[in-house]
Design a protein around this ligand. Structure first.
Ligand code: F3S
Length: 105
């Protein structure tokens, strides 16, 4: 699933390598539909800030993202082609604690 490092970045390299179109786009983050994802792992290495994890290795502080990916992938549209990152992606990329700074609902 996609976790905090994607926030305010959305580099979307993940979308380009996904063979099953499982990424959905929200205003500040992408999420993965867990029912569509085939766990191929291609996106994990493609993501510049390393925002994507299989559930078993998701860092403890980001466990809430399991539910966020499952629920928001039902609400947000599929993104199936790479696009420009968010305007200040490079500035946000290395910031910690981004989960507390944006509204992901
Ligand atoms: Fe986000 Fe990384 Fe994809 S920053 S949009 S999960 S390439």
């Amino acid at each position: 699933m996609v976790a905090e490092p994607c926030i305010n970045c959305k580099y979307t390299d993940c979308v380009e390598v996904c063979p099953v179109d499982c990424f959905h786009e929200g205003p500040n983050i992408l999420v993965i539909d867990p029912e569509t994802c085939i766990d191929c792992g291609a996106c994990e290495l493609a993501c510049p800030p390393r925002a994507i994890f299989p559930e078993y290795s998701l860092p403890e502080q980001w466990k809430g993202y399991v539910e966020l990916n499952a629920t928001h992938s039902k609400r947000w549209p599929v993104l199936s082609a790479k696009k420009e990152p968010m305007p200040e992606a490079d500035r946000w990329r290395y910031q910690a604690g981004k989960s507390d700074k944006v509204d992901l609902t």
